[in-house]
Every structure is written in C-alpha cells, then in structure tokens.
Design a protein around this ligand. Structure first.
Ligand code: DOR
Ligand code: ZN
Length: 427
C-alpha cells in the first residue's frame, strides 16, 4: 500500500472511524486498522469523497481573460472538487474533433484537477456524433442561446438524440425555448426585465420538448440548472433516464438584489423569486434533484460592471459550492448523505467515472473536513480569475486537505502539485 489515511470516513452510508488504504491511486482497502508505507492520521476530522462538478465554463480557449484551465481548476481544487466537466461554449466552440482534441491538450497541460470535456451539438456535427462520442465526455445541447452558444434547432432534436442514444454518453441540456426567447427579446434595464425576457414558461416549454423528444430512446439525459417551480413540477414526473441538476445560485439566491449590483446576479436561466428558490432548495434536500452543479461561468468584475443590458450573464461558483453545502450539512439543514449523493456519487454515476464514493476500486479522491473550520467566503481568498463571488460573506467550510488519485493536492492552503497534474476522464 502506498498510503493509508485514518479518520472519520463516510462509506456505506455512514461515518466510521477507520483507515483507507490506497494503492496506485485507487482505494484498495477500508479497515478499522491499516498501516501503509505512509500513514496520515486525521483524527476526528471527516473524510469524504471529493466532489464532481459536471458543469463548469473554464473559458479556455478564447476567453482566458475571464478564466483558464489553470485558474479554474485551482479554484475547483480549493473547493474540494477533484473532477470538473467543461462546457463547449469557448472560442472556438468545442464542436469538432479538432477543437475537442486541442482543448484536451490544453487542459492536460494546465489542469490541477481531473477533467472532462463536452462537445456541443450543432447542425454541422449531427452526422459525426458517434465518432465524437468516442473522444468526449458527453454532449451539451443549448435549446436557447446564451453566452457564445447558439441555440440548436429543436425540430432536429429527435434526430440528434436518436444518434446520441446509440452511444453511452450523457447529453446535457440548457433548457430555455429559443422561440419564446426571441419573441420576448428587448432591452433589459434590471433584473426584473431579465426575468420578463426569460420567464419560467421558456424553461417549462423546453423541458416538455426534451421529455417528448427522448421518449422511447435508450438515452441518458440531464437537465442542467433547473430554475423554476414550473420546471420542477414537470420533472417530478420525469422518466428515470432523465436526471436534473440545480446550482447553488438558483437554490440559495433570489432576485431581490438592490439596483446597482444587479448585473452580478444576471445569469441564464435567471435567478428567480424566493418562491422558486425555496422550492428548488426543498427539492434538492428531499431527493427530487439528482445533482448540484456549479455552472461556474466567470466574467470579470469590469465586464459585470456595465449597464444591465450590456453586462454578460453568468456567475462563478466552482470553489464555493461544496463548502456552502458542507456548512449546511453541519447545521443539519441538509443531511450529509444527501450532500454527498448530490455532489459526489450521482454526478460520478451519471458520467460513468470511478470516483465520487469511498469504495474499494474507486479513485482515491478524498477531502478532509474539519467542521469547526467555518469561515466567511471572501472573494480575495478565492482562486478564479474573475475576482468576485455572489456568496461574499456567506459562511462555508472549505476542506483542509484534498487528495486526487491518492496524491495530496491541497494542504495548508497551498496547492501541492504542479499544473498538468489533472488527467482527462470520461471518454
Ligand atoms: O448565464 C449563463 N452564462 N448561462 C449560460 O448558459 C452560459 C453561461 C456562460 O458561459 O457565461
Ligand atoms: Zn452553463
């Protein structure tokens, strides 16, 4: 055994004082007493699986003034995320074999954490999806346009899904109906206008369409960043091959931000009323929602500091997501098993990667958590290039140590490995 780690570890649904043996980056044994060549005793601290973020925008290539694979993955690491899956709306977009392999090469050089890369489905690559599936971690379909990404024509959705269903890949959806978005188009001066331009019915219509278009197919589909009560009601009755995620911002924030700083809450789909927020929060707590995903979509402070109409949509979140929910678990607002299912197990299972759970045979991706270590989130302590967070001053618990494949990557608030440690997963 290369390493043994001792502490209060979460496995088989509860916490046990025990030792985790690690060999060749994998968990090889879990026992009350184990001694390896190297032994680390974390005493009473919790040992949990590291988180998996199935939705990030690391902006690399093309928008590296906002973020790149190095800073994005560093932020992920400090937030206890061992593996992040990158969205295709970069410049160029990740829609061809060439752009996909370029992105993987870049990330391979720069990433501190393991990573996956999605391919965006567009008109031009429908006939090539089976080939692309062999090289990518999954597919993303924008049914409504957003930053860089143009909407995919919903009349062609069935055909695209038929092809994807022949592969083993997950397809993730941005569910806003483009026709309705176009109908509503106009100038927006504040967050209320933004809500009127992108009302819940856009999400509802789009989800209906996805459910319909995937009927009878052997498809694994995921609805990203659910934002409305209406969307949630529909998904309560979804077939079980459709999963759904919420973000920390849709489940913890509502659109009552004072005028002036409202651009910092501008995001698609929008952060809605406190009723929507409460419903999403409760659904996340009680099991209707499968995963919590950050939708880490950084834009710089300068870019956000614009007239509402001109400001870009999107918020950062990969570093704060797990720490916010660990603190909620400590306060017993959420149960630990639920938080671990939402942030670790379900995303790993949906993406079919051997992580997200303390179990023999899985990657030794672990975090060490001291529940006494509660702090207030401060943007100047975070690692994203964007330099701000919508969760400024929120209480959170950051992991004190992070391991990926048995290597210690965070200790004493310092990164312990060099850029490029992260490996591509999920192809
Ligand atoms: O608000 C958003 N920002 N929604 C998206 O779908 C994309 C994201 C971004 O990339 O900035
Ligand atoms: Zn996104």
């Amino acid at each position: 055994m290369d390493l043994t780690i001792e502490g209060k570890a979460y496995f088989n649904g509860c916490f046990n004082d025990c030792c985790i043996g690690i060999k060749n980056g994998k968990i090889s044994e879990i026992k009350k007493i184990l001694k390896g060549d190297k032994h680390l005793n974390f005493g009473n601290k919790l040992i949990l699986p590291a988180g998996i973020d199935l939705h990030v925008h690391f902006r690399d290539p093309g928008m590296t003034n906002k973020e790149d694979f190095s800073t994005g993955s560093m932020a992920a690491a400090f937030g206890g995320i061992s593996c992040a899956f990158d969205m295709p709306n970069t410049i160029p977009q990740t829609t061809s074999l060439e752009n996909l392999s370029d992105k993987i090469i870049t990330a391979d050089k720069k990433s501190y954490v393991d990573f996956g890369v999605y391919v965006g489905v567009i008109d031009d690559n429908i006939s090539n999806l089976e080939k692309l599936a062999k090289k990518c971690s999954g597919f993303k379909i924008y049914l409504g346009s957003s930053t860089i990404a143009l909407a995919f024509d919903k009349r062609k959705l069935r055909k695209a899904l038929e092809t994807i269903s022949k592969t083993d890949k997950l397809v993730l959806f941005h569910a806003e109906d483009e026709e309705l978005l176009i109908k509503n188009k106009g100038v927006e001066n504040n967050i209320v206008d933004h809500l009127h331009l992108r009302p819940s019915v856009c999400e509802e219509t789009s989800i209906k369409h996805i459910i319909q278009a995937s009927q009878g197919l052997n498809l694994k589909a995921h609805i990203c960043h659910l934002s409305s009560i209406e969307g949630l009601e529909l998904l309560k009755k979804r077939p079980n091959n459709i999963s759904c995620g919420v973000t920390p911002h849709h489940s913890l924030l509502s659109a009552d931000k004072p005028i002036g700083s409202q651009t910092f809450y501008k995001v698609n789909p929008p952060i809605r009323s406190s009723f929507d927020k409460e419903s999403l929060f409760n659904a996340t707590k009680n099991g209707i929602i499968d995963v919590i995903e950050s939708d880490h979509a950084p834009h710089t402070k300068d870019e956000k500091d614009a007239e509402f109409n001109d400001a870009p949509s999107g918020l950062p979140g990969v570093e704060t997501m797990f720490p916010l929910f660990l603190r909620l678990a400590k306060k017993e607002v959420f149960q630990f098993p639920r938080v671990i299912s939402l942030l670790c197990q379900r995303p790993a299972d949906l993406l079919n990667i051997p992580k997200g759970k303390i179990e023999v045979g899985r990657d030794a991706d672990l975090i060490v958590v001291d529940l006494k270590n509660e702090v207030r989130i401060k943007s100047d302590k975070l690692h994203s290039k964007c330099g701000w967070t919508p969760f400024e001053d929120w209480p959170a618990i950051f992991p004190s140590n992070v391991f990926i494949r048995g290597e210690k990557i965070i200790e004493d608030n310092e990164i312990q490995v060099s850029q490029g440690f992260g490996k591509f997963v999920g192809a």
